[in-house]
Design a protein around this ligand. Structure first.
Ligand code: GTP
Ligand code: MG
Length: 138
């Protein structure tokens, strides 16, 4: 079945929203294939965010992702890659629609990076690459 990598970012774990994110994934009918609380490293994030290297928000993004534990999740199901991105909502939490994770639970804090609670892979290729990075044993 199709699989995607979901991360509950440090803001989500800090705010106690890990369970809420897992609840929404399961309520939608996707399966949890792996769930693990992790600490990122600069090396892991350099690979995970390779597409963003050199962008103005890259430094603050990596710093934010190192600011606390991350809940790494592999979710499984037909259409889960696009489906989870629908559940997550727009990248910018101010623009994210109500009903989505970011629309309901995140807001703009005026910081240097969008603290938007979750990450979701954006394609089959990204999902396979990211799952291998975060869950090398899977
Ligand atoms: P992810 O699921 O987190 O990958 O979200 P996305 O695919 O909607 O966003 P993208 O991959 O483009 O960017 C990765 C992360 O970088 C975002 O989730 C934000 O935390 C941050 N980010 C992206 N674009 C911007 C931006 O224009 N400004 C700021 N401040 N942060 C950004
Ligand atoms: Mg992305």
């Amino acid at each position: 079945a199709e699989r995607t990598l979901v991360l509950v970012k440090p803001d989500g774990v800090r705010r106690g929203l890990s369970g809420e994110v897992l609840r929404r994934i399961e309520a939608k009918g996707y399966t949890l294939a792996a769930v693990e609380l992790k600490s990122a490293t600069p090396e892991l994030l350099a690979e995970h965010y390779a597409e963003h290297a050199g962008k103005p928000f890259y430094g603050p993004l990596v710093e934010f992702m190192l600011s606390g534990p991350i809940l790494a999740v592999v979710a499984e199901g037909q259409g889960v890659i696009a489906g989870f991105r629908s559940l997550a909502g727009a990248t910018n939490p101010t623009e994210a629609a109500p009903g989505t994770i970011r629309g309901d639970l995140a807001r703009d804090w005026g910081l240097k990076v969008q603290q938007n609670l979750v990450h979701g892979s954006d394609s089959v290729e990204s999902a396979e690459r990211e799952i291998a990075l975060w869950f090398p044993h899977l």
